[in-house]
Design a binder for this molecule. Structure first.
Ligand code: GLA
Length: 655
């Protein structure tokens, strides 16, 4: 599925967003000198250049971009060319206010920031298509061009009037009749029955809780509208350059885009990833996004489109990366399948909203530590590229994640607002990461038969097809571990009879789900041998082994964890060490081995192809026992039996 190899051809792409329109042309030449010095081989141009390219409606100013494209080509640097459509010029909002989105309270999102476009605006789409057409016609044959980057982090919502029209059309396509819509939305409740399509609105500000299925459909519709915008521009550039791959950059596990659907329209899957350097689980958070992105790329190589060389500017407190951390997290991405390591942005801005966001060249310039570390990394990526690019990862374990389940589960009215879907997914991934088990991600309707272990952190909404898929996976000999709040609702968010799907209850040996007992923040549920958090359940078992009971309290003696054959059900969220141990045991029982035995806790090990990556996320020097003799591609040295990794150190071992 991934066409990234057509661009990399044995090199890891290294570079980033380059926004030279902020700088005088003399600086471009200085930039190129530094880029070459650092081994930069790819830049992304034009992401926010619309006003510069089209300063007046219909005008075209391509001269500066011509010179840049030529300069990049002459310097041996490939260009990922962006369509500039994520930030329309001010004239568009002024002349065509209907291109500006409205929030759910009816407020306009004005120009003066960015991403102020309505996905539904016919005028916006017309201007976006026109500039895309002209860019593709002008640069499609340019020798510097390697790939297209459509828009940037598609993430806009719109509750405005034009969006109301496209929402109705989307609903008509989906339901055909108002009767079908009324039935799916359950509008018999609270007098919401619709008698005319024109009565239907995006879920705008309301007095009290909104209809949850309307909100769910609005999320689906928004993802589809943005995808339509992407596909329209992609089709234009494809017509000019069928030989070049097309991507758009995702935000990591972002709530607004059903990425499983989007990736079927992409040639290369790319993501922007900014873990907090202060987050003690920043590395695990990174690993999760990397595993998910690789899985979205069908297991093939993916592109780290953006990361930060140092601090970002959008957290409350923005921490720099300590020496070595940028290198370590970049190598982690490569270990987990990235064949491109790129940044936002090349040169740190001196003006504008992101002037305190790091760049590969920081305000300290060439002499600054940031650039010096970038230069070191560039050399290392160049050295390992030929042996790494294109090689796959093998995982025996897969975590299931799905956007509709997330959206439906996050509704206003729910059993507990303490349950945060991304946090739950993170907790389960962390358990596997800490058990040194490599994991993929999949959609619950994907073929799971290649995996020894399937983990469902939480899929509140499941289609019948997904349920059948899980049942046949277990029937086929697979091991399934399932967390709470799974299989509760159907596609329309209608609660399934019995409160949880009957087939799943049978699979896990649950006769009756009597009540949920959600926990307050900081409250815990004592279980035999560990402490549960967030949630607990009053279950009556039939045909299952009760593996671990609740201890004390209202649920004393009732099952917290149960198992029937190879199907496990976990009705609480065990504290991290307990969940790690549970997953390590279940994985071992399913025949899944950790990447290496006896790894120190802070060391991550990943096998990619024939290579073994060792990454020390700790601040202490550690030694790792690795049977046999290897060559470390980073140092060129032979290592036998024991590898020493200094703080934030890494090794890439080849046999
Ligand atoms: C996103 C955007 C970039 C930049 C960075 C800052 O990833 O795509 O343009 O704003 O965030 O972290």
């Amino acid at each position: 599925m991934s066409r990234l190899d057509e661009v990399t051809r044995g090199r890891i792409l290294f570079g980033g967003d380059y926004n030279p329109e902020q700088w005088p042309e003399e600086t471009w030449h200085e930039d190129v000198r530094l880029m070459r010095d650092a081994g930069v081989n790819s830049v992304t141009l034009g992401v926010f250049s619309w006003a510069k390219l089209e300063p007046r409606p219909g005008a075209r100013e391509f001269g500066w971009l011509d010179r840049l494209m030529d300069l990049m080509h002459a310097s041996g640097i490939g260009v990922v060319l962006a369509t500039p459509t994520s930030s329309p010029p001010p004239w568009m909002g002024r002349l065509h206010p209907e291109t500006l989105p409205r929030d759910e309270d009816g407020r306009t999102e004005w120009w003066g920031g960015r991403q102020h476009f309505s996905h539904s605006s016919a005028v916006y789409r017309r201007y976006a298509a026109a500039i895309t057409e002209d860019l593709a016609a002008r640069y499609g044959g340019h020798p510097a061009l390697t790939m297209w980057h459509i828009n940037n982090e598609y993430c806009t919502f719109d509750w405005g009037d034009e969006a109301a029209g496209t929402f109705r059309r989307w609903l008509q396509d989906k339901y055909g009749t108002l009767d079908a819509l009324n039935a799916a939305w359950g509008t018999a409740f609270w007098s919401q029955g619709y008698g005319d399509w024109d009565e239907i609105l995006p879920p705008r500000h309301a007095h009290y809780m909104k209809n949850p299925t309307q909100v769910l459909d609005f999320r689906r519709y928004t993802s589809d509208m943005l995808l339509e915008c992407y596909v329209a521009e992609r089709d234009i550039v494809r017509r000019h350059t069928p030989h070049l791959p097309v991507t758009t950059n995702f935000m990591p596990m972002w709530v607004g885009q059903d990425a499983w659907k989007w990736v079927t329209e992409e040639d290369v899957v790319s993501v922007d990833l900014y873990p907090d350097p202060r987050d003690p689980f920043g590395a695990q958070n990174g690993a999760l996004v990397q595993d998910m992105t690789r899985s979205q790329a069908g297991g093939g190589p993916w592109m780290l489109m953006e990361q930060a060389a140092g601090p970002v500017n959008w957290r409350g407190v923005n921490h720099p990366k300590p020496r070595g951390l940028n290198r370590l997290w970049s190598l982690q991405a490569v270990a987990r399948g990235a064949d491109a390591v790129c940044y936002f942005q090349w040169r740190q801005s001196r003006q504008g909203a992101e002037k305190f966001h790091s760049g590969m060249v920081s305000h300290a310039g060439e002499a600054g530590r940031t650039f010096q570390e970038i230069k070191g990394l560039g050399a290392e990526l160049a050295a390992i590229g030929p042996e790494v690019t294109g090689s796959p990862l093998a995982a025996d374990v897969v975590v299931l994640h799905e956007w509709n389940a997330w959206w439906a589960g996050a509704q206003e009215s729910r059993p507990s607002r303490e349950v945060d879907y991304p946090q739950v997914v993170r907790a389960w991934h962390r358990a596997l990461w800490e058990a040194h088990v490599t994991t993929d991600f999949a959609h619950p309707e994907h073929d799971l038969s290649a995996y020894r272990l399937v983990v469902v952190p939480q899929l509140y909404l499941l289609t019948d097809a997904a349920i059948d898929n899980l049942l046949s996976y277990v029937r086929g000999g697979g091991t399934l571990v399932c967390g709470f709040l799974t299989g509760i609702a159907d596609e329309d968010d209608r609660v399934r009879p019995g409160g949880m799907d009957a087939r799943l209850r049978e699979l896990f040996g649950i006769r009756t789900l009597h009540e949920w007992w959600p926990l307050e923040a900081g409250e815990s549920a004592e279980c035999d041998g560990f402490v549960g958090t967030l949630w607990s359940e009053e279950l009556e078992v039939e045909g299952a082994d009760q593996v671990i009971p609740y201890k004390g309290g209202e649920l004393d003696g009732l099952p917290a964890v149960l198992r029937k054959g190879r199907a496990w059900y976990v009705s609480t969220l065990p504290e991290p060490p307990a969940l790690r141990d549970l997953m390590a045991d279940v994985a071992a029982g399913a025949g899944v081995r950790p990447v290496l035995d006896g790894l120190p806790a802070q060391v991550e090990a990943v096998r990619r192809g024939d290579l073994l990556f060792l990454l020390n996320h700790g601040r202490e020097t550690v030694t790792v026992e690795v049977p046999g003799t290897h060559r470390d591609l980073l140092t060129g040295e032979q290592v036998a039996a024991v590898v020493e990794l200094e703080r934030y150190g890494a090794a890439v071992l080849a046999r």
